[in-house]
Design a protein around this ligand. Structure first.
Ligand code: RVP
Length: 502
């Protein structure tokens, strides 16, 4: 006879936190969100910890090198998507590892024989007032001059005026040489009262700009997640097919941690992949596995050697796995059961394996609930896809700005390796959709706001750390009627001119 779970499977919106006693110490500035990413033995510290409990999903529409840098600046980590060629994925990892905080590649570039009109058009498009003038008009061409808004007067000059006649030519520029450190560059900015310092190669090719406004970047990002060489940390997604080639390439590129990306992780394929890593690299390479939704799945991957385990099937906003295949489990129930298994495993073995709740976060408070239920960190796709830093197009739909967001199992991603179990490709079916999500601005602002809410709730619960929240949270199920009570109700909303629809 089939096994029946006694409880229905539930999702985050069916729960609320009940406040605990808050002492005067319970202020958001005293809350630490530091959390383990990889497994560790009792009494020891994990090889990698995150400074905030957020990681970005292994998806084409979410995690490229730009997202990875933005998230590492805030203290989390991105897993670069694996549904691309090994070379492209390794190149993205390499770009994160070679990213130098404060050194930026020039975005606005023109040639000296172009005109003032071209400068104005470019400024309108990019919003930048510093334009590099290079021999070929590219970001890494030979630097021949610089134009800022101080170099021209639109009211007095013809739009056809050649850039070469009003740019500051190279021989009048102050610049740094390849290899200059950020603090040396900053000193030059201050000594020469500059707003921008070009950094050039021995062949006079433009490499980067250092802007005065970025001077305080490190101070602005006190949580940034750095490796031992002060480079941003980055993760990378892998699959259970080409891992023998992909993993060495990603390690060589500098990936700090890997994660097997699969909608269903309770499989021999994952065990084989983990075994490959342990045989080739021992414990030096950190690798997560998943996804699972119950104790059995967790124990399987724990014993197979995973450094962290992802939890969740079918809860992703773009995911239709439950509709298509009838497999999955409510995200809250899955996290609660796996967290219990993780704690029991820790009791028995003295090894703590962090778990990650993956998918289905809709409201900021869902992050707090997922942590309170035992997650060590949370993976989000839709959330990050809405930001400037996600790789997708920003489009205007009926007067509203939206970003594109599509699932890895959608026809658009064509990542059949993740979903297809082999066989005739004509029999493949989609497990994800292609969609729009409302554009939300910068990652920094949004993550700051979300985490402030998380910290504030933690204070209401009387806790200052994630382990304390996991231990002391009081959580209650809510009835359908009380869910209605939780939103604005029985009032006519002014900005929508209608009764709230639940
Ligand atoms: P969400 O944050 O709710 O958008 O969910 C993101 C998660 O959804 C991913 O981390 C992944 O586990 C899952 N996903 C990605 N693609 C698909 C799909 O096409 N079905 N699902």
């Amino acid at each position: 006879m089939a096994y029946y779970f006694e409880e229905p499977s539930r999702t985050f919106s069916e729960y609320l936190l009940v406040p605990g006693y808050s002492s005067v110490e319970c202020m958001t500035k005293n809350v630490s969100l530091k959390t383990p990413l990889t497994k560790f033995k009792k009494g020891e510290t994990p090889a990698i910890s995150l400074n905030i409990p957020l990681v970005s999903a292994i998806m084409q529409s979410v995690s490229d090198d730009k997202m990875a840098v933005a998230l590492a600046k805030e203290g989390g980590i991105s897993f670069i998507y694996g549904s691309q060629s090994i070379e492209n994925e390794a190149a993205m990892v390499r770009r994160v590892k070679s990213y130098k905080a404060g050194f930026v590649e020039s975005i606005s570039n023109l040639r000296p024989e172009q005109t003032l009109a071209d400068i104005l058009a470019l400024k309108k498009k990019t919003g930048h007032s510093t334009v590099a003038i290079t021999d070929d008009g590219t970001a890494n061409g030979k630097l021949v001059g610089l134009v800022t808004s101080r170099d021209y007067r639109v009211s007095r000059m013809e739009p056809t005026t050649l850039i070469s006649s009003f740019m500051r030519p190279f021989n009048e520029l102050i610049y740094g040489h390849e290899g200059i450190t950020l603090s040396e560059a900053n000193n030059m900015l201050w000594d020469h009262k500059l707003n921008v310092l070009p950094v050039i190669s021995n062949e006079q090719k433009l490499l980067y700009f250092v802007f005065r406004k970025d001077y305080d970047s490190h101070k602005e990002n006190p949580n940034e997640l750095l490796d031992g060489s002060k480079r941003y940390m980055v993760g990378a997604g892998i699959n259970t097919r080409d891992y023998e080639e992909r993993i060495p390439a990603l390690i060589e590129a500098g990936a700090d941690v890997l994660c097997i990306d699969s909608s269903e992780g309770f499989s021999e394929w994952q065990a084989r992949t983990l075994q490959f890593v342990r045989q080739k690299y021992g414990d030096t390479i950190k690798i997560g596995a998943g996804n699972v939704v119950d104790k059995e799945g967790f124990l399987f991957l724990a014993k197979a050697g995973a450094d962290f385990i992802k939890v969740g099937i079918g809860g992703g906003s773009i995911c239709i796995t439950r509709e298509q295949k009838g497999i999955g489990r409510g995200q809250a129930t899955a996290v609660i059961e796996v967290a219990k298994a993780r704690d029991e495993y820790f009791e028995e073995t003295g090894i703590y394996i962090p778990i990650c709740s993956d998918g289905g976060i809709v409201h900021d408070y869902h992050v707090t609930l997922a942590l309170a239920m035992g997650s060590d960190f949370i993976m989000l796709g839709r959330y990050f896809s809405r930001f400037d830093e996600s790789p997708t197009n920003k489009v205007n739909i009926n007067g509203n700005y939206m970003k594109e967001y599509w699932g890895e199992g959608s026809a658009r991603a064509r990542n059949w390796q993740r979903y297809d179990m082999g066989g005739d490709s004509k029999l493949s079916f989609e497990e994800g959709v292609d969609s729009y999500v409302p554009y939300a601005g910068s990652l920094k602002d949004n993550v700051g706001l979300t985490l402030n809410k998380v910290k504030s709730t933690m204070c209401n619960c009387g806790v200052l750390t994630i382990p304390e929240l996991q231990k002391n949270a009081k959580i209650t199920l809510v009835s359908n009627t009380s869910i209605i009570e939780g939103g604005a109700h029985d009032v006519l909303l002014k900005d929508q001119h209608r009764f709230p629809v639940k």
